[in-house]
Structure formats: C-alpha cells, structure tokens
Design a protein around this ligand. Structure first.
Ligand code: SF4
Ligand code: SF4
Length: 114
C-alpha cells in the first residue's frame, strides 16, 4: 500500500502572519474571494488564570488542498511549508509526521484523500 502524505501544523508557534494563505493562493491562481487551500483562524485574546492574555492562530486546510501535488512531484516542498516564517508547518509521510508530533505540545496533522 502506498504511503500517505500530509501536513503537520505545530500551531503553538504560528504567529498568524498569513504567509501560508498568500503562498497557496498565488501558487494555485485563486485570485478572488475566499477560495484557498488553507484558511487561518484566530481565537482570542482570552485571559488565562495567571492574568496574561493568550491568542491562538490555527491554519486549517480546506478541501482545495492537494498538498501542492505539482510541487511535490517535482521534489519541492508545498508552498505553504516553504513560506511559513515560523517553520511550524511540515510535510511528510503520516508516520514521519506522527513521530514528530510526539515532541510538540499543540499540533495537528492534516491527511487529505489520496
Ligand atoms: S499544501 Fe499547497 S495546496 Fe495545501 S494548503 Fe499548503 S499551499 Fe495550499
Ligand atoms: S505561514 Fe506559518 S506562521 Fe504564518 S500563519 Fe501560516 S502557519 Fe502561521
């Protein structure tokens, strides 16, 4: 059985910069509207028990995400991974991503239909 690939989002380090959204839109030519392979959600500010405020930024892949099939077929990283300024997005096999996630506190793994 072929290995499945996906994206790991180590969102504890996401700064909400929107570079992944912009890179995906440009790569696929989705100029107008909200069509995109990734959408960034923001939660906060919320006050924590220690009185500090916290934000969470969460990039979520949509049904349009094809894991940048053309780029990865050419041996390149998906463009969102390449342009993430926090290096908090990783591309790899599900086994590789699962192994990485064990040492990351706030993470999710996206695996599209393949
Ligand atoms: S892997 Fe490619 S298609 Fe999927 S969200 Fe990232 S840039 Fe968009
Ligand atoms: S490019 Fe990276 S740091 Fe910026 S919003 Fe996307 S996931 Fe977060």
């Amino acid at each position: 059985m072929a290995e499945k690939y996906g994206l790991l989002i180590d969102y504890a380090w996401c700064t909400g910069c929107h570079s992944c959204e912009m890179a995906c839109k440009v790569e696929h030519g989705w100029a107008a509207g909200e069509a995109n392979g990734v959408r960034l959600f923001e939660d906060g500010p919320r006050m924590m028990p220690d009185g500090k405020y916290e934000y969470t930024y969460l990039p979520v892949m949509t049904s349009l995400c094809d894991l940048c099939a053309d780029r990865t077929a050419a041996g390149k990283l998906p463009t969102c991974v390449h342009h993430c300024q926090s290096a908090c997005m990783k591309y790899g096999t599900v086994d590789e991503l699962t192994a990485m996630a064990k040492d990351m506190p706030r993470t999710w793994i996206y695996v599209p239909e393949q």
